[in-house]
Design a protein around this ligand. Sequence first.
Ligand code: MRU
Length: 369
Amino acid sequence: MYVNGKHYYALWVDETNNAVKIVNQLKIPYEFEICEITSYLELVNAIKDMHLRGAPLIGVAGAFAVWLASLEAKKTSNPEFFLNNAYNNIVSARPTAVNLKFAASLVYNKVIQCKNSENRAEIALTTAKYFYNSEIENFKKIGENGLPLIKKLASQKNGEPVNILTHCNAGWLACGDYGTATSAIYLAHKKGIKIHVWIDETRPRLQGAKLTAWEMNNEKIPFTVIADNTGGYLMQEGMVDIVIVGADRVAANGDVANKIGTYLKALAAFNNHIPFYVALPSSTIDFGLQQGVHHIAIEKRNKNEILQIEGITKNGNVETINIMPENYSVANYAFDITPAHFVTGLITEQGIVSAKKEDIIKLYSKKAI
Ligand code: MRU
């Protein structure tokens, strides 16, 4: 997508310098900073600290982390040991998004099959690049497949905008390009369909307020940031036509793990007969996991994310302040699981399917990778 008239991906490779470049998501919306990463551990730390985040982008980063590890492994006395250790570090950087394990394993399995350690980095790079490019194609297709939903709603609105509610950031920053939940939103706007986006601020890390709003602002799409608890009221009042969110992991039965608070939005949508769609590439589906609720590892993050808040002062300084005494007990669950029966449909690169086992399994056989 474009930032100040220039096209950017959220992550790209600088092959001349054997580096991965990323948009530093910790600085948005205050600053647009690019970071250069030259070791796999730095990339693992960038995933942990959320310099980059969002399930699909974490997957892509995991794939390129194996490439960096393959380069580093060449300089060690036991490359296989180094690579295996690196692989374990990479896949455990964040536990909930299945994309990380999927993409890192895809590259790692190719790499270890090659007995000549000199050629491994090249194999890793080719595989990671192929995966990233196919994911970007998938995000584009997700938008094309989701567009008819918005078009249909627009035809019922007598010229009024279609109100779309989204949670967290499932935009191009979370994916590399286009986004998942946002892909159809961008396309609808491009096609001149009148839309307005309600953006949940998404406490504690404020991915909605800081990242999704920044994306929408760049694209000049009308939006309103709301406190996380507002959605239910808006739905009751007929001010939401559709909810579209992303996903970190979808189980084979259609249960959806996504940013904490998604479940409550699904409940409110269900109660108010509002369509609740989840947009995702098939790399987000954990086909081997029969059930999501109680079975997906939910990341618990540092308590400071709840105790503190970051903002910009009148002098333009970005500062972090405590919003409650440091000794308070707080719990920071990063994700929750929406049971499949609250999900109207899954918008995938292969089309829209129901969140039911019999439909989800068909996606596996037609998966590109
Ligand atoms: O903790 P985050 O910011 O990585 O969580 C991101 C989300 O929950 C997104 O909705 C999800 O990864 C889908 S992104 C296309």
